[in-house]
Design a protein around this ligand. Structure first.
Ligand code: ADP
Length: 211
């Protein structure tokens, strides 16, 4: 099995790349999905968040009030770290379970772990290959405004809370440039799949003897 870590700054096009890799045959493990599951209504993770951040971050329906929590953590790195300390271990434990299932199902498959904060959380060493999706900051801001109607100030604040482009690129084995069209992006991902990922996965055997 080939373990690929996929990352990119917010608005880089990482989700588009993940989607295309899944179409090509990769098994996708999405850290954002796991992070939502970790604080699902009634979960022990949500109780931990409520205990740390107060009842103001729980919505009327009993779920997490993401806007309220976001307002706290994006303004304050210490509080952000506190939230991450609750969520990240739960996400990693669940990812490890899914990885074991993928390994059992197809020892020569490609597993792509989509992790927005892969570099920030020091996980680059945990993969056979790290793929970074990259686009200029101005292009990313524009996409975020268009995608979610996010205010420009918020888009920039979220970008500033992540690693810089340079830090992310330094951790990359492969960079997917995404400054052009979606068609060009898909073509670049297809080249990466056929030229690098699928052949590398085919050379792997069971657990622990990859490459
Ligand atoms: P990320 O997951 O990195 O935050 P997304 O993949 O969600 O970013 O991309 C952000 C937005 O920009 C989405 O609406 C996506 O469809 C769009 N997008 C991504 N790449 C391109 C591109 N090359 N051209 C036009 N729109 C793009």
């Amino acid at each position: 099995m080939l373990r690929v870590g996929l990352t990119g700054g917010i608005g880089s096009g990482k989700s588009e790349v993940a989607r295309r890799l899944a179409e090509l045959g990769a098994i996708l493990i999405d850290a954002d999905v796991l992070a939502r599951e970790a604080v699902a209504p009634g979960s022990e993770g949500l109780a931990a968040v409520a205990a740390a951040f107060g009842p103001g971050v729980i919505a009327d329906d009993g779920g997490l009030d993401r806007a309220a929590l976001g307002a706290v953590v994006f303004a304050d790195p210490a509080r952000r770290a506190e939230l991450n300390a609750i969520i990240h271990p739960r996400v990693r434990a669940r990812a490890a379970e899914l990885l074991a299932e993928a390994q059992a199902a197809d020892p020569r498959g490609v597993v792509v772990q989509d992790i927005p904060l892969l570099v920030e959380t020091g996980q680059a060493g945990g993969f056979d290959l790290v793929v970074v999706v990259d686009a200029p900051d101005e292009v990313r801001v524009e996409r975020l405004l268009r995608r979610s109607g996010m205010a420009e100030e918020e888009a920039r604040a979220r970008m500033a809370a992540q690693a810089s482009r340079e830090e992310r690129l330094a951790a990359a084995d492969h960079v997917v440039e995404n400054a052009g069209t979606l068609e060009e992006l898909r073509a670049a991902v297809d080249r990466l799949w056929h030229g690098v990922l699928a052949p590398a996965a085919a050379r792997t055997a069971g657990a622990g003897s990859g490459g």
